[in-house]
Design a protein around this ligand. Sequence first.
Ligand code: BTN
Length: 309
Amino acid sequence: MNETRRAILERIAEGPVSGPDLADELEISRAAVWKHIEGLRDAEFEIESGSSGYELVSADAYNGPAIEYELEAPFSVEYHDSVANTNELARERAVDGATNLAVLADEQTGGRGRLEREWSSPPGGVWVSLVTRPAIAPSQAPLYTLAAAVSATRVAREAGVDARIKWPNDVVIPEGEDGDYRKLAGVLTEMEGETDRIEWLVVGIGINANVDADVLPEEATSVREEAGDVDRRRFVQRLIEEFDRLRGTVDEIVPAWRELTLTLGQRVRVDRPAGEVVGEAVNVTESGALVVETEDGRETVSAGDCEHL
Ligand code: BTN
């Protein structure tokens, strides 16, 4: 968000301020103050203008400027009511040089999950793709995917949902005692780079937030279904803030993931191109690979589709 607009918002959030006082404090013209106030109103900030001046009444819209305002992370937010797919758009922005950008939509008409599966994305969900340019080797990229899963799980838990992680990055709600679950959120990471360097990374996160469960696939659930609707603006802010914090403390990611997972201790089947692995999930390595105790010994699986048996 433009720095002057942010300064105006912060000032009028404290209480009413007259146009001339704002102009003096920010060293801009009165006409410029008026123009910024109109711009902020267009961005759905509710601003009252009474006899003592302008006052911010509410900033709770679900759009780019409202999410950027009070966001405690260095991300800008590009919001769309409806797009085909936020990952696609984020990839385009990344190719154009963007970084620290969240591309967000209320609805996706062509949402995609892992393994090219369709990802149902009706209005009311949180469909967001984060563009970053981390100074890490491509082999470390899975850590960012785990960080996204941890972030989504934490914010869902803050919303009162018993969210857990199924390896590698599905956010699920446990059902019963035997490892059954319903899916609440997923992460799809895409990247461009060379063998030793990542050019850009797009971390797509989809959370079934304020969505009726009956418009989702049968095995899915939503925050609305489990705990009631969330304030999506605050929810997305928290998601981005958690992700931003974790990417700055990479050593915390795997321990946080371990604390939240439902997979360790489960009997699992992991499908991967080299064949399936069946056994007990006993550990996760520092790079996020799953260690499975099979009949023939331990296997470390770095990627695949995991099912709890
Ligand atoms: C999965 O569990 O299969 C991953 C789902 C990822 C969905 C998100 S929603 C935002 C971004 N846009 C997409 O089309 N996919 C990701």
